[in-house]
Design a protein around this ligand. Structure first.
Ligand SMILES: Cc1cc2nc3c(=O)[nH]c(=O)nc-3n(C[C@H](O)[C@H](O)[C@H](O)COP(=O)(O)OP(=O)(O)OC[C@H]3O[C@@H](n4cnc5c(N)ncnc54)[C@H](O)[C@@H]3O)c2cc1C
Length: 517
């Protein structure tokens, strides 16, 4: 064991592990560590899933994208290391796809992804055959990839083919099964609640700061939030603060300070598409050479994205700018000129910042998931993670538990029986689900109720009256006066308009798209 063991419990303020960050990786680690018998406290400065975890593209993908570069053969033949790394990530993706889709079928929705291949493109049909052959060998057999490459009679096999560009140059279309993670926020909530049932303590709306070393060589942390300050101690700290991870260690890391994280922003636009798109998505490389998708979000809503731009601001403020929206519309129209999308067709937008690994040689960050043991930087007992996607959070939790296990044994026996799931009744009505979010799931505001826990606001813009009714439904549980209700509604409307910026009409635009078909 590389660091001093935890002293026998003295009061309630000592934990085996304090986790900073209630995103997908923090909550998954909390569940794993609690189940292994560690005494865990998780602090989240806002609500669960406040950071990148609620702002991703939501794909549970098979790993093909790790082989997608504008010059795949040249790139991999010139660097066997790059190929080995891509193969490792693809294997992990296939495993995550199998595990998560089996465990949460109600959240992971299958669809048919289509990859158009044009004459003259760098990506050839046989590259895809090779890529899928590799994926089949690398990953579990189920769920099936359902890979096919259609080389003619496109109209019969690819329902939206009439909208594609350059039909005369279209050589083939690869189709395969992917999944959309319908509600990444809910995965965070469930993991946190399962950890709590096993004995973990949750402190939401509580900012954690590492105050310094304890006499025993552990760490002392200040937790401030909800009008109080609390000091706690633990020999192990998991810094799972995503793009904020460098701030967590800024005051305590000795010089020279090499950053942990590089943030890159990804923006998305959401539009309504005609019925022929139902159940389908499109993958390609955009003209800048990065992966670009059209993804089914449910019903007639589809998103195009993401962008990939460096981002240095506070990730909580990331929104799709006019420039992002213009770029995404241009690329969507380049891919599918038949749609003739306009700015007024955009129903809403969202953006997030990826917490990628810092690498001086890769200005856009390192995309391989890494656990950083900060003992190397003079911070024994502190671990961080970069580039951990939503889709592989289950294995991230296990890997973090193993990393902790190398320096500290659990102070308790694992909870018996194993942690039960805590899920709301899917058949319950909206009001019951909202009240459950407050009464049983720690929701404290309308964002936490309508987005994070119930998902009732996702994919639509709620009007003020609907939000007022939602606030009145839970006001007794939260002790809100009529004045508080109005303040909460204002705050929700602001959040909805900024974070999911709405661009003009939706009903009208779908009529126009249908009229063009
Ligand atoms: C545009 C985009 C597209 C993506 N697409 C996909 C995809 O298709 N599939 C996929 O699987 N993944 C995707 N990802 C990646 C994925 O979303 C992230 O890698 C993942 O969510 C990171 O989770 P995390 O828990 O490490 O960080 P976060 O979710 O950012 O969580 C960090 C948390 O720490 C909290 N925090 C920060 N400082 C403190 C403090 N001092 N005290 C307490 N709490 C603090 C924050 O509030 C935040 O909630 C995408 C990401 C983006 C941005």
């Amino acid at each position: 064991m590389g660091i001093p063991s935890r002293r026998e419990a003295q009061g309630d303020r000592r934990y085996d592990v304090v986790i900073i960050g209630g995103g997908i990786n923090g909550t998954s680690a909390a569940r794993e560590l609690t189940a292994a018998g560690y005494k865990v406290l998780l602090a989240e400065m806002f609500d669960l899933a406040h950071g990148a975890s609620s702002r991703s593209s939501r794909i549970l993908h098979c790993g093909l994208r790790y082989f997608e570069t504008s010059r795949p053969l040249r790139s991999f033949l010139s660097s066997p290391r790059r190929l080995a790394s891509a193969a490792g990530m693809a294997r992990a993706a296939m495993q995550a796809r199998a595990e998560l889709s089996a465990l949460r079928p109600e959240i992971c929705k299958p669809f048919t992804m289509c990859f158009p291949v044009y004459g003259g493109d760098a990506v050839k049909g046989w590259h895809l055959d090779l890529g899928f052959g590799l994926l089949r060998r690398l990953g579990p057999a189920r769920p099936v990839l359902d890979y096919r490459r259609v080389a003619g009679d496109f109209d019969r096999h690819v329902p939206f083919v009439c909208d594609l560009r350059d039909r005369d140059r279209l050589r083939s279309v690869a189709t395969y099964r992917e999944y959309i993670i319908d509600s990444p926020d809910r995965l965070c909530v469930d993991a946190a609640l399962e950890a709590e049932r096993g004995g973990a303590e949750l402190r939401l709306f509580t900012r954690a700061t590492i105050a310094g070393r304890t006499a025993e060589g552990g760490w002392s942390l200040r937790l401030s939030g909800q009008g109080s300050v609390e000091m706690v101690e633990a020999p192990v700290v998991l810094n799972l603060a995503g793009t904020w991870s460098d701030e967590i260690i800024a005051g305590i890391a000795p010089e020279p300070r090499v950053p942990l994280v590089t943030g890159t922003k990804g923006a998305h636009i959401v539009v309504r598409l005609p019925p022929r798109y139902a159940g389908h998505g499109i993958a390609c490389l955009h003209r800048g050479g990065h992966p670009f998708y059209c993804l089914p979000l449910g019903g007639d809503l589809f998103c195009f994205g993401p962008t990939e731009t460096p981002y240095g601001g506070d990730a909580a403020d990331a929104v799709a700018t006019d420039e992002d929206v213009a770029f995404l519309i241009e690329e969507a129209n380049f891919l599918l000129p038949g749609l003739r999308l306009r700015r007024s067709d955009v129903v809403f937008t969202w953006a997030g910042v990826r917490p990628l690994g810092y690498d001086a040689r890769q200005p856009m960050g390192r995309r391989v998931r890494e656990i950083h043991d900060l003992a190397d930087r003079g911070l024994p007992g502190i671990f961080a993670m970069t580039a951990g996607p939503v889709m592989s959070h289950l294995s991230a939790g296990r890997d973090l538990r193993k990393a902790v296990g190398r320096v500290l044994a659990p102070s308790r026996l694992p909870p018996v029986p194993p942690l039960p799931a805590s899920r709301p009744d899917p058949a319950a009505g909206d009001a019951a689900r909202m009240r459950h979010a407050v009464g049983a799931e720690h929701a404290r505001d309308l964002m936490g109720i309508l987005y994070t826990r119930t998902g009732l606001a996702w994919g639509r813009h709620l009007d003020r009256r609907t939000v007022e009714v939602a606030a009145e439904t839970v006001s007794d549980l939260l002790g809100w006066s009529p004045g508080d209700v109005a303040t909460q509604v204002d705050s929700f409307m602001r959040h909805q308009n900024i974070r999911f910026a709405r661009r003009e009409t939706d009903r009208l635009s779908v009529d126009r798209v249908e009229a063009r078909t």
